[in-house]
Design a protein around this ligand. Structure first.
Ligand code: IPD
Ligand code: CA
Ligand code: CA
Length: 295
């Protein structure tokens, strides 16, 4: 075992290399199964429902993909607990967990915008160990496991060598509580847009992390995320040589839902910049209701 956080977690979990080989095959197959169901439903949705918060949707594709993924995981690893976005937890309490996002990027999917993914991560005691992210529209399957490294399909991937913020291309996202939270990442988005080649808003956290792992993007930060958004992507960025932390300070914790995942060459400067950001004033949003929430 080596210094990768995912490798240390696998070691702590007592997983042998043959356990890891078996588990990463299961994760990859589960992500591909999910990706296939998503493509079968892409452009022909029969149901789009609101889950409550503005923009937080669930479609028949989320439910259909989750259904087949859970069946597959339960059949192939009955001893491992599951946390899945649409149906909650199953298999009781266990330190070893599958974190399943059947459709990450539901809003994109519902609008026919092709950035969406199935994400399957394995954690031990809330620490990501391995995972797979299938982005079916672009036919890319990202995966990583301790002792293997990180891959896109069969190609080894690594994070970019970017070491100047001004030359970086970043990505971020805005959680569904953005309308009711003044600390909603809009200020950070402005601040870093001003100091980089640009900040993308992809709309699917798993895709954002996969693109950082493969060096297409140099860094990603976001708050308000769930374990199923993060588990697989964190393991993949880690095995691809990326830095993973909370921001602007602190250690990454899956349950905090805040992450900075980036190329090591820009970690320090990104944290320094994020530490300087102050929330925008209410009237900067052009949304009077935000002023009410602030007062
Ligand atoms: C969302 C996406 C989005 C992120 C949100 C997530 P969903 O997941 O990953 O990029 O900004 O915070 O909840 O709802 O499409 O599975
Ligand atoms: Ca998600
Ligand atoms: Ca989802």
């Amino acid at each position: 075992m080596n210094h990768f956080r995912s490798s240390i977690s696998a070691n702590n979990a007592g997983l042998s290399s043959s356990d890891i080989n078996n588990l990463i095959s299961i994760a990859r197959e589960a992500s591909l199964i999910g990706g296939r169901v998503l493509m079968e439903n892409y452009g022909r949705l029969t149901s789009i429902k609101d889950k409550g918060r503005i923009g937080d949707l669930v479609t028949n594709a989320d439910l259909a993909a989750e259904d087949v993924i859970l069946k597959f995981l339960k059949e192939n690893s009955p001893e491992i607990a599951i946390i899945a976005e649409e149906s909650g937890s199953s298999n009781g309490n266990n330190l070893l967990n599958w974190c399943v996002d059947p459709l990450d990027g539901t809003t994109n999917f519902a609008h026919g915008y092709p950035f969406f993914a199935t994400s399957i991560g394995l954690t031990w005691n809330q620490q990501p160990i391995l995972g797979a992210i299938d982005i079916p529209y672009v036919k890319e399957n990202y995966w990583a496991a301790p002792g293997h490294g990180a891959f896109c399909n069969n190609q080894l991937i690594k994070v970019s060598s970017c070491n100047e913020l001004v030359n970086s291309l970043l990505v971020t996202g805005f959680a569904y509580d953005r309308v009711t939270q003044i600390n909603n990442n809009y200020a950070e988005f402005c601040w870093l847009t001003h100091r980089t080649r640009g900040v993308r808003r992809g709309g699917a956290a798993a895709v954002d992390l996969a693109f950082v792992a493969s060096g297409k993007l140099d860094g990603y930060w976001e708050r308000g995320l769930a374990p199923w958004d993060l588990a697989a992507g964190i393991a993949i960025v880690d095995q691809a040589g990326g830095s993973i932390s909370d921001y602007p300070y602190g250690e990454f914790e899956l349950t905090k839902g805040r992450v900075l995942a980036c190329s090591p060459g820009i970690e320090k400067v990104l944290k320094n910049e994020l530490a300087q950001v102050k929330p925008l004033q209410g009237d900067a949003y052009g949304a009077p209701e935000l002023q009410d929430i602030r007062s």
